[in-house]
Design a protein around this ligand. Structure first.
Ligand SMILES: C[S@@+](CC[C@H](N)C(=O)[O-])C[C@H]1O[C@@H](n2cnc3c(N)ncnc32)[C@H](O)[C@@H]1O
Length: 203
């Protein structure tokens, strides 16, 4: 196995893949150039589905071409904000949701994720991910907007209910040029199963 610690984005995906099986529904909240979408589509296989979101048509076109060129037809593209993922996917369904914050590589740097919408999207993702599922966030601290967004997202994650979620964060502390920082939030299976049984029991 390669040294995953050298590239935090690969580490983020490697851990995410541990939570995904063939046939699962997963979300790429910010598909961009479609790199993560492709990896997820291969992981869920022909019986699974990837819902890929981006607010930029150009990102969806790049992603669409990429998945088509690999013969994958298990990707549904949504030209929409990740805040609206609940319009397409039911609660407690997805195995995983991945967020790669910032702007489209090679694209317009002014079109970027923002702290408010990212937190709204993450809350929506936690609702849609099934108990036992995972939400992954790749954050960029190297520029002012990204740094501010990261700080807000970290604050939000630190306040998550510890009974319902585990939140973890990794940063390469001795490297230069601000490599991407990563965070995972898992939705505790036992807690949500018991809560659902409790709610059903009262009905
Ligand atoms: C860093 S890029 C994603 C990179 C991507 N994972 C890849 O493999 O190329 C961030 C993307 O988020 C998109 N974006 C920004 N705000 C968004 C929102 N509210 N909902 C969905 N996508 C958004 C941008 O258009 C951009 O393409």
């Amino acid at each position: 196995m390669s040294n995953l610690i050298t590239k935090t984005t690969d580490l983020a995906m490697a851990i995410t893949l541990e939570y995904i099986s063939e046939g699962d529904v997963v979300i790429d909240a910010t598909c961009g150039t479609g790199r993560d979408t492709m990896t997820l589509a291969k992981a869920v296989g022909v019986c699974g589905k990837v819902h890929a979101f981006d607010i930029q048509k150009s990102a969806l076109e790049i992603t669409g071409e990429r998945v088509q060129s690999c013969g994958l037809d298990n990707v549904e593209l949504h030209e929409d904000s990740f805040c609206n993922m609940g319009s397409y996917i039911s609660e407690n369904i997805a195995a995983a949701a991945v967020f790669n914050l910032g702007y489209l590589p090679g694209g317009d740097k002014s079109i970027t994720t923002t702290a408010d919408s990212t937190i709204e999207g993450l809350e929506e993702a936690l609702r849609i991910v099934r108990p036992g599922g995972i939400v992954t966030v790749v954050m960029y601290d190297g520029h002012e907007a990204g740094s501010e967004e990261k700080a807000r997202v970290m604050e939000w994650a630190e306040d998550l209910d510890p009974v319902g979620y585990h939140a973890a964060y990794v940063n390469l502390i001795n490297q230069k040029n601000n490599p991407p920082e990563i965070m995972w939030i898992t939705k505790k299976k036992q807690h949500y199963q018991e809560r659902r049984r409790g709610i059903n029991g009262r009905q």
